[in-house]
Ligand binder design. Structure first.
Ligand code: NAD
Length: 368
């Protein structure tokens, strides 16, 4: 449960995400009016602490998360460090009885996710994962339309996500490029998409198979971006992913990740016992969204959804306002939900490398 007012917050990891999303939020009236105060930040890189200090001069600065936890009486910690650091820091924060808000992916593989869930079972603290795509107006509308059973019982989800080359290449240039840091695209990026599918259809994955290849981002390929450089030789990531997921209530999902595509966003078709819905989300368009319903009785219906402005098409602002609001919200992502998103990505990695179908009950023995 999110407790009431006057909560002291600390952030671990003052990089791109924290500086672009969390610090501006804590300077805003929305945060202060709800009684949330950012009091301390930790980062192993002193240059990043300097940037935070320039932005908010009252902050207490620490080069160690553990030290920040020991010295400052915090109620909440936000983990915005690289993916592979989350696991250790979640366990440290729970041991010190702090509420945790963790960036996606919660952790980088299923064994870690399982252990976090076990720790939470006997902890008074809460853990929320910031799967912000749930808060995109388009995605929450799809959720409520599915809840109205407009297409009946969901049977098949076809979801393909697309990244422009400049964005895809950024994963090869930063810490993500080592599997041990990010779990590869299937975890660090696709966890967003698996969480969306699981949430939309309100089901848990039962079995996963996947394939991946590296076709495009070869060493020394020059790609425009920030910075515009070649792809480092030591990058370990595959760039092309296909997976199929069987759900516990019987629905099936087909998933494709294109990391060198002609647009940013997704193509989605969800089929059910009464018809299907189709939508294309183009992150860089300015038009409102159109969801098309095709019914088995021949009817067709178009529903327009207002496009919001802001980071991640308005999703970040919506998420922050709801996270730091006292009202319950069905968009909030629990540790269990986040664990299943990681489990699918990890299962795809395993299936792809071992040529097997991965049963989720084998990776989460005490849950499924
Ligand atoms: N939800 C979203 O849309 C979204 C978008 C971007 C990033 N993210 C997630 O946010 C997290 C941060 O990503 P980023 O792009 O800001 O990365 P980043 O590399 O820009 O920032 C990470 C920061 O963590 C610091 N750090 C590294 N190890 C640390 C440690 N042991 N203790 C304390 N600080 C440490 C680094 O010095 C760096 O300043 C990742 O988990 C990423 O997947 C989410």
């Amino acid at each position: 449960m999110i407790p009431l007012n006057n909560q002291r917050v600390g952030i671990c990891g003052i990089g791109h995400r924290a500086l672009s999303t969390y610090l501006p939020f804590f300077k805003s009236e929305v945060a202060t009016s709800k009684g949330y105060e950012l009091v301390a930040v930790a980062d192993t890189n002193p240059d990043q602490l300097t940037k935070a200090h320039l932005d908010m001069s009252d902050l207490l600065l620490f080069e160690s998360f553990e030290e920040m936890l020991s010295v400052v009486p915090l109620d909440y910690v936000i983990l915005a460090s690289p993916d592979h650091v989350h696991y250790e820091h979640i366990l440290l924060a729970l041991a010190k009885v702090k509420h945790v808000i963790c960036e996606k992916p919660m952790v980088i593989h299923s064994a870690q996710a399982h252990q976090v869930l076990l720790e939470l079972n006997h902890s008074p603290s809460s853990l929320i994962v910031t799967h912000n795509l749930r808060y995109l107006s388009l995605n929450s509308t799809i959720k409520s339309l599915l809840n109205q059973r407009k297409i009946g019982q969901v049977t098949v989800v076809q979801f393909s996500y697309h990244l422009l080359p400049g964005h895809g290449a950024s994963y090869y240039r930063r810490w993500h490029r080592y599997m041990q840091n990010s779990g590869g695209f299937a975890v660090t990026k696709s966890c967003h998409h698996f969480d969306l599918i699981n949430w939309w259809i309100e089901d848990r994955p039962a079995a996963v198979s996947g394939y991946s290849h590296r076709n495009y981002y070869m060493p020394d390929l020059y790609v425009e971006g920030k910075p515009s450089t070649t792809i480092p030789k030591d990058a370990e990531l595959d760039d092309t992913w296909v997976a199929s997921i069987q759900y516990t209530k019987g629905a099936l999902a087909m998933y494709v990740l294109h990391t060198y595509s002609t647009f940013e966003g997704f193509h989605l078709m969800i089929s059910g016992t009464k018809g299907n819905l189709e939508v294309k989300y183009d992150k860089n368009s300015t038009s409102n969204y159109q969801i098309t319903f095709n019914y088995l009785d021949g009817r067709r219906e178009m529903i327009e959804v207002q496009r919001e402005s802001g980071r991640h098409s308005g999703a970040d602002q919506q998420m922050l306002e709801h996270l730091f609001n006292m009202n319950a919200d069905d968009r909030r992502c629990s540790a269990l939900d986040a664990a299943y998103a990681v489990a699918i990505g990890d299962a795809i990695n395993r299936s792809s490398s071992q040529g097997t179908i991965v049963q989720i009950r084998d990776v989460f023995p005490s849950l499924v």
